[in-house]
Structures are given as structure tokens and as C-alpha cells.
Design a protein around this ligand. Structure first.
Ligand SMILES: Nc1ncnc2c1ncn2[C@@H]1O[C@H](COP(=O)(O)OP(=O)(O)OP(=O)(O)O)[C@@H](O)[C@H]1O
Ligand SMILES: O=P(O)(O)OC[C@H]1O[C@H](OP(=O)(O)OP(=O)(O)O)[C@H](O)[C@@H]1O
Length: 214
């Protein structure tokens, strides 16, 4: 039986809708009051694991799930040993550098050498500033990173922007985009190579469903 790792949070509803379109029903994960982290799909064909978005590639890399749905941002940050097979076209956001609207920094290269940048995405941030040859201290945070510049702890942040509302409501502006992100279908490479549990057919169904939805 195939196991699918599903991300809690922002991508969950859309992921469940996509899997429903190919005959796998994990909608029980959306029922309020349901605390189960592992369920069988309604037809008994597959198992679903409900995990934190950043942990989806871990389950797939270790082969406990043969398939997973995760943001491209997480794949860029963690660089797991998984195969990225389909761009699912939902969960659009971009990884951006942002500063206080009132700050003098109009571009990342304007930031002071040895200045600080707060981020949940420390590897993406480090790689980006190294590429600019700018010695920046990355301050790792787990959330609400917008508070970095607001409190004066950092000059800038590297974070996801979707609608831009969070930045606006906190007096911040984007000054650069590192990359754009959407949800991706990832698979455990060995399981895919040996077509375990008919994984090829399921991936093709998902690919078709995405193409039809666009
Ligand atoms: N505001 C957003 N709009 C659209 N997609 C987003 C947004 N924020 C994040 N995403 C996408 O959804 C994924 C999961 O984000 P979510 O906010 O649910 O979890 P998280 O904050 O990264 O994880 P956790 O809550 O476990 O710390 C992200 O990796 C990204 O691909
Ligand atoms: O551009 P917007 O549509 O406003 O979305 C962007 C916000 O969404 C994410 O936060 P999340 O909700 O994951 O909370 P977090 O602070 O815990 O990361 C991201 O970190 C931004 O704060």
C-alpha cells in the first residue's frame, strides 16, 4: 500500500482536494476534532500521514512515505534526497528580502556589511547573501520574522510573501525576490524506480489532474 505525507497548514486543503480528484480521500484530516495523524483513504488504497510542512521530505527521504506534497521553498532550504516530479501549481508564494518601509535600504546590496537578516530559511538566506558577497549575520527564527526589523534586532528579513498583507500591515517592503515557490509532488526515488504499489500510474493521474485544472 502506498503512503502519502501531507503537509499540515497552508497547503493541506488544496492537497486533499488534489488527491480526491485522483480517487484518494483523506478529507478526514480536515474534520474538526480529529486528532489522528495517520488514516487510510476512504477506499482503502493508500495511507495518509499528517506532518508539519517541513517534515514532509523527511518521511519521503526515509521511505516511510513513497509520496509527499511540499512547497518548493522547503526543498530549496532542506535539499532532501527525493525526486521532485510534478509542479502542482498551487501554494504560490515567493521568497523575498524585506526591510522597514522607512529604512534607507532600497536593494540588498545597500544593507550594511555585518548587518543582520532574520529568517526561518537560514540556508536560502545565507546562500543568497554569499552570492552577493555581502557578509551578513543570519538570525534564525521559527516564525513572525517580521518582528526582526520592527524591533530593531535585524535590518532585514528573508521570508515568504504571498498576498503581501503581512508585510504591509507591519510597515515592511520587499526589496528583492530570491525565487518563486509552488507546491510540488515528491517521491522516494527507489520506490518510484521499482514502481512500488503502482506509483507510476498514480503520479500520472496526478499530473493529468493538475493539467486539467490549469
Ligand atoms: N502565505 C502563504 N500563502 C501561500 N502559501 C504559503 C504561504 N505561506 C507558506 N506557504 C506555503 O505553504 C507551505 C507551508 O506553510 P505553513 O505556513 O503552513 O507552514 P510553516 O509555517 O512553514 O510550518 P510550521 O507551521 O509547521 O512551522 C510553505 O512551505 C509554503 O510553500
Ligand atoms: O504575504 P502574506 O499572504 O501575508 O503571507 C506571508 C506570511 O505567511 C507566512 O507566515 P505563516 O502564516 O506561515 O506564519 P509564521 O510567521 O509562523 O511563518 C510568511 O512567513 C509570512 O509571514
Amino acid at each position: 500500500m502506498l503512503t502519502v505525507a501531507l503537509p499540515k497548514g497552508e497547503l493541506l486543503k488544496h492537497s486533499i482536494r488534489l488527491l480526491q480528484s485522483v480517487g484518494l480521500d483523506f478529507s478526514a484530516f480536515l474534520e474538526s476534532g480529529n486528532r489522528q495523524l495517520q488514516i487510510l483513504d476512504a477506499s482503502g488504497q493508500a495511507k495518509g500521514l499528517l506532518v508539519r510542512a517541513q517534515d514532509v521530505p523527511v518521511y519521503v527521504e526515509y521511505g516511510q512515505a513513497q509520496l509527499g506534497i511540499v512547497g518548493y521553498d522547503v526543498l530549496r532550504e532542506k535539499r532532501p534526497q527525493v525526486a521532485q516530479l510534478v509542479d502542482l501549481q498551487f501554494g504560490y508564494c515567493r521568497m523575498s528580502v524585506a526591510v522597514k518601509a522607512s529604512s534607507p535600504y532600497k536593494l540588498p546590496v545597500d544593507l550594511p556589511a555585518h548587518g543582520r537578516v532574520a529568517s526561518k530559511y537560514v540556508n536560502c538566506a545565507r546562500e543568497y547573501f554569499q552570492g552577493l558577497d555581502l557578509p551578513i549575520e543570519i538570525v534564525p527564527l521559527y516564525g513572525s520574522v517580521e518582528l526582526g526589523p520592527i524591533t530593531g534586532m535585524s535590518e532585514a528579513i528573508v521570508d515568504l510573501v504571498s498576498t503581501g498583507r503581512t508585510l504591509k500591515e507591519n510597515g515592511l517592503v520587499e526589496i528583492a525576490t530570491l525565487y518563486e515557490s509552488t507546491a510540488r509532488l515528491i517521491v522516494h526515488p527507489l520506490s518510484y524506480r521499482v514502481n512500488i504499489g503502482g506509483i507510476h500510474q498514480l503520479v500520472e493521474k496526478i499530473r493529468d489532474s493538475v493539467l486539467t485544472a490549469v
